[in-house]
Design a protein around this ligand. Structure first.
Ligand SMILES: Cc1ncc(COP(=O)(O)O)c(C=O)c1O
Length: 385
C-alpha cells in the first residue's frame, strides 16, 4: 500500500489504488485506463526499445491485444490488430497497402461503407477504385494494370448473400501479384478462414457475429505480420483505437461464437426453407450447398434475404412484426430484419438498385438463436397481412 500520509485530500486520490497487487482472475479484467504507469525512466526506455508492452491506450492496451490475438488465431493469421469499428479496421488494412496512384479491384457487391471509403475518401488521395462483377465470364487479368495493388472481396455479400468461389478468385489475384483482402464479417472464421486460401488480410466488423449481442462497435484486422504491423501504426496515427471496454465486451462475445453460429445457421436454414415455399414470397436469397462447398462446415450462414411478391405490402409486413425488431444491423442473438433500400443502400440510384436486384420489396433478415418455430410463426403471421 502506498503511504499517502494523513491528509484526506491526498488519501482520497491514492488510497484505493494498488496497481502492483498480483491476483489471478478467471476472466480478463478490463484495463480501463488511458495510460500506463512506469517505475522509472529506465522502464520508459525499455518500452521504446521494444521490451515493454504498454504506454498509452491509443497505442495499445491488453484488452485490444487479447481480442486481436484471438481472432488472429481463429483465422490462422500471423498477427492481428483491433480498431474502433469495422470501418476503422478496413481503413487501416487499405492504407497498409495503398499509396497515391494505386488502383484497387473490388467486387461490385461490397458493403456500402467500404465503397464510400474507397470511392469518396481514398480517391481524394489518388487511389482509384474499379468494381467488377465476379461471375464466370470475368477474368481479373482483363482488369489488372501496372498500378493495381489490391483485390478486395467479401465472403458472403450484403444484402443478396452471394458467395463467390473464394479459393478460385484468390488464386487468380495471387497469380497476378495482387494483395488480397477479404471481409469475412458475414461468414466468420467458424465457417471459413480465407487465409487458408492465400488471402493476405482478413477483416471483420466485430460489431456483428464476433461480438454477437448488438452492444459493441468494433473492428479487427488479421493477416500477414508486416501488413498488420503497418496497419497497427495506422490505427494509432489516425486515432482509430478500440476502447478497452468495447474490446472486453467483444472478447466476451467471442467465447460463444461457435454455439451462436451453429444455432443461428441451423435456424436460418429452416427459415429459408419456410420462405422458399411461401406464396407471398417471390424469391429467397440464401447461399446454396454448392456455393459454400469450400466452407469448413456444411452450413450456409445465418442471414436470409427475400422479396415480397407484392412490393406494395412491404410497409404492412414490417408493421405486422411483433417481437422481431427492425434494426439496420445484423448478427445479434435476437432475430432482426432490415430494409436495404431505405437503410444500407439508400444512396443507390434507382438504376443501381435495379441492376443489383435490391428492390423495394427486399427484406434482409438476421436470424437469431430463438426457437425456430417461433421465428417461423412470427414471419408467417406478418406475411399473411
Ligand atoms: C460486411 C461489413 N463490413 C464492414 C462493416 C462496417 O462495420 P462497422 O459498422 O463495425 O464499422 C459492415 C457494417 O455493417 C458490414 O456489414
Amino acid at each position: 500500500m502506498i503511504d499517502v500520509g494523513e491528509r484526506f485530500e491526498t488519501a482520497t486520490v491514492h488510497i484505493g489504488h494498488s496497481p502492483l497487487k498480483q491476483v489471478t482472475s478467471k476472466s480478463t479484467p478490463i484495463y480501463q485506463t488511458s495510460v500506463f504507469a512506469f517505475d522509472g525512466l529506465e522502464e520508459v526506455e525499455k518500452y521504446y526499445a521494444g521490451e515493454g508492452e504498454y504506454l498509452y491506450t491509443r497505442n495499445g492496451n491488453p484488452n485490444q491485444v487479447e481480442l486481436a490475438d484471438a481472432i488472429a488465431r481463429l483465422e490462422q493469421a500471423e498477427a492481428g490488430v483491433s480498431a474502433a469499428s469495422g470501418m476503422g479496421a478496413i481503413m487501416a488494412g487499405l492504407l497498409s497497402i495503398l499509396s497515391p496512384g494505386d488502383h484497387v479491384l473490388a467486387s461490385h457487391e461490397i458493403y456500402g461503407g467500404t465503397y464510400a471509403l474507397l470511392h469518396k475518401e481514398l480517391s481524394r488521395f489518388g487511389i482509384e477504385l474499379e468494381c467488377i462483377v465476379l461471375d464466370q465470364g470475368t477474368r481479373l487479368s482483363d482488369h489488372v494494370r501496372p498500378a493495381t495493388k489490391l483485390f478486395f472481396l467479401e465472403t458472403i455479400t450484403n444484402p443478396l448473400l452471394t458467395v463467390v468461389d473464394l479459393p478460385q478468385w484468390i488464386r487468380q489475384a495471387k497469380e497476378l501479384g495482387l494483395t488480397v483482402m477479404v471481409d469475412n464479417t458475414f461468414a466468420t472464421p467458424y465457417l471459413v478462414q480465407p487465409i487458408a486460401f492465400g488471402a493476405d488480410l482478413v477483416v471483420h466488423s466485430g460489431t456483428k457475429y464476433i461480438g454477437g449481442h448488438s452492444d459493441v462497435t468494433c473492428g479487427v484486422l488479421v493477416g500477414n505480420r508486416a501488413l498488420v504491423k503497418r496497419a497497427a501504426e495506422i490505427v494509432v496515427n489516425y486515432g482509430a483505437s478500440l476502447s478497452p471496454f468495447e474490446a472486453w465486451l467483444t472478447a466476451r462475445g467471442l467465447k460463444t461464437l461457435a454455439v451462436r453460429m451453429e444455432r443461428q445457421c441451423d435456424n436460418a436454414k429452416e427459415v429459408a426453407r419456410f420462405l422458399q415455399s411461401h406464396p407471398a414470397v417471390s424469391r429467397v436469397y440464401y447461399p446454396s450447398d454448392e456455393a459454400t462447398s469450400f466452407f469448413t462446415r456444411q452450413k450456409q450462414g445465418a442471414m436470409v434475404s427475400f422479396t415480397l411478391k407484392e412490393e406494395s405490402k412491404i410497409y404492412d409486413f414490417y408493421r405486422a412484426l411483433d417481437w422481431i425488431q427492425f434494426a439496420p444491423s445484423l448478427a445479434g442473438v435476437e432475430t432482426s430484419v432490415s430494409h436495404p433500400v431505405t437503410t444500407s443502400h439508400r444512396a443507390f440510384t434507382e438504376e443501381q438498385r435495379l441492376a443489383t436486384g435490391i428492390t423495394m420489396g427486399l427484406v434482409r433478415m438476421s436470424v437469431g438463436i430463438e426457437a425456430v418455430d417461433d421465428i417461423v410463426s412470427e414471419l408467417s403471421r406478418a406475411l399473411r397481412n
